[in-house]
Design a protein around this ligand. Structure first.
Ligand SMILES: Cc1cc2nc3c(=O)[nH]c(=O)nc-3n(C[C@H](O)[C@H](O)[C@H](O)COP(=O)(O)OP(=O)(O)OC[C@H]3O[C@@H](n4cnc5c(N)ncnc54)[C@H](O)[C@@H]3O)c2cc1C
Length: 452
């Protein structure tokens, strides 16, 4: 028994609460969120803004879930500070709530990273349902939008705004889209997709400021002097853990492998623990870490936290899975294995360390082998020991397909299918629970269509 408080009602906090309830049937469990909504599926927000899905498709849990699991859900409840010595959280309302165990599952905030003008009206983000609703209601037809920055949210904002009808320009600071994850060939495929979706790409100059008139943003000004004019500006320059309520603003915050923090009785899990220097967000890892946190808070032993980078997303309808190390520096001793085929809509690459151990993979367009590759990377498999059938399937396009996979249309988890899987089959995503049907995609690949 005990009093458990979970700050954050995203996938991490929700999964932690669910697992914790299984372990502690009689405990008092409170979930707090500064937002006004029960758990919803954040990766669906771009499709919601673009009008491709209705609001109902967003809900991950409804009120019956909280009733059944006896979870107290406190909405619009912002935590301002934590007194770790007294075991209390202080809310924006001034109320204090005591805890025996506390989980910090507050995710990451995206902002302009101190870019002058980032607070002007018209500078927006796409992290929450309220922000998505405002963008959807504003309508994009006949209006211009500019998105700036690298990383998942920047790319998702371009997709959302272009999909909503905005004439959208995407400015990236470097020579190509998301150089942390995509090499030149993969970035070219993504850029072609983006242009086909009607967006314009501007590369090679960091932003200097957002210029405004009468408090309203007017143009994104780049360091090379270019001014990109618009009415809506999505500025995604910094991905920061949301920790300001912790002692010392969370500045000295380090999460151990068992998800404990420097403060007794406080755990942390999910996106809030991600490397702040990278534009990574990760639903699947958050889901797994949330479950581990539930076990840890109940006093159970957990596996060391899984820090393998694992990105599952879609770039304009192209499934992307990036696992571990995905780009290789010149003369680093690392090597790549790629197919000889022309990179049209399809790109597969393996990355090996100087000892020929598989340390990374990028799959764009066809992601069927992702599960097997993740396993091989975790198992530190050497090049010579990789399954020949797997390599043939990846790099010899005439080879019979043995590995079958499909990406969940909601959380982008890549699901391995049984060899007998066929078009029309109904599949339930084990991570977010959405039901979808398999449809034939390119070649032997399947694509998912949400079942109505
Ligand atoms: C537009 C978009 C598209 C995405 N697409 C993909 C994708 O394709 N694939 C993928 O893997 N991932 C994707 N993601 C990322 C994925 O949604 C995140 O990895 C996941 O939501 C992280 O879960 P989390 O619970 O750790 O944090 P979050 O979902 O960020 O939840 C944090 C919670 O903390 C609460 N909170 C924060 N601060 C406070 C406070 N002070 N007081 C009270 N409550 C607080 C918030 O209200 C929220 O409930 C996407 C994200 C966005 C925004």
């Amino acid at each position: 028994m005990g009093k458990y408080v979970i700050i954050g009602n995203g996938v991490t906090g929700t999964r932690a609460a669910e697992v914790l309830r299984g372990q502690q049937p009689d405990a008092e469990i409170t979930l707090m969120t500064e937002e006004d909504y029960p758990f919803y599926r954040r990766p669906q927000l771009p499709d919601f803004v673009a009008g491709k899905v209705a609001g109902a498709a967003l809900w991950g849990k409804r009120s019956e879930f909280y009733d059944r699991e006896r979870l107290e859900l406190r909405l619009s409840c912002r935590v301002e500070s934590v007194d770790a010595d007294a075991g209390k959280v202080r809310l924006a309302s001034g109320e204090e709530v005591g805890y025996d165990s506390l989980l910090v599952a507050t995710g990451r905030q995206v902002d302009g990273g101190g870019l002058p003008g980032e607070k002007l009206d018209g500078v927006v983000c796409l992290k929450t349902l309220d922000q998505a609703k405002a963008l959807r209601e504003s309508g994009g037809e006949g209006r211009r939008a500019v998105v700036y920055g690298d990383g998942l949210v920047a790319l998702e904002m371009v997709r959302a705004l272009a999909g909503a009808g905005f004439a959208t320009t995407y400015a990236v600071p470097g020579p190509r889209i998301w150089p942390d994850v995509l090499d030149e060939d993969a970035a070219d495929i993504a850029a072609a997709r983006l242009r086909a979706a009607g967006a314009e790409l501007v590369t090679g100059s960091p932003a200097e400021r957002v210029a405004g008139t009468d408090g309203r943003a007017r143009a994104l000004v780049l360091a090379n002097g270019t001014e990109l004019e618009g009415e809506v500006f999505g500025v995604c320059a910094r991905y920061r853990p949301a920790l300001s309520f912790l002692p010392g603003d969370g500045g000295a915050f380090a999460v151990a492998e068992d998800l404990t923090t420097p403060w007794e009785g406080i755990w942390a899990a999910g996106d809030v623990t991600s490397d702040p220097s990278r534009g990574y967000f990760n639903w699947l890892r958050s889901w797994r870490e949330g479950a581990a946190a539930g076990v840890a808070m109940a006093g159970g032993a957990v596996e060391p936290a899984d820090k393998l980078d694992l990105l599952n997303m879609q770039i304009y309808g192209l499934s992307l899975v990036a696992i571990g190390k995905t780009t290789v520096a010149y003369r680093s001793g690392f090597s790549e294995m790629r197919g000889e085929y022309p990179y049209g809509e399809f790109y597969k690459k393996l990355v090996f360390d100087p000892d020929d151990v598989l340390v990374g993979a990028v799959l764009l367009g066809g992601i069927a082998e992702a599960g097997a590759l993740e396993e091989a990377i975790r198992g530190r498999t050497k090049k010579a020991d990789l399954d020949a059938g797997l390599l043939h399937q990846m790099f010899d396009r005439t080879y019979r397909t043995e590995y079958l996979g499909v990406q969940c249309p909601v959380c982008r988890h890549e699901i391995q299918l049984s060899p007998g899987a066929a078009a029309g089959d109904l599949v339930t995503c084990p991570i977010c629970g959405v039901d979808f049907r398999l449809e034939r995609g390119q070649g032997a690949a399947f694509v998912a269509k949400i079942a109505r």
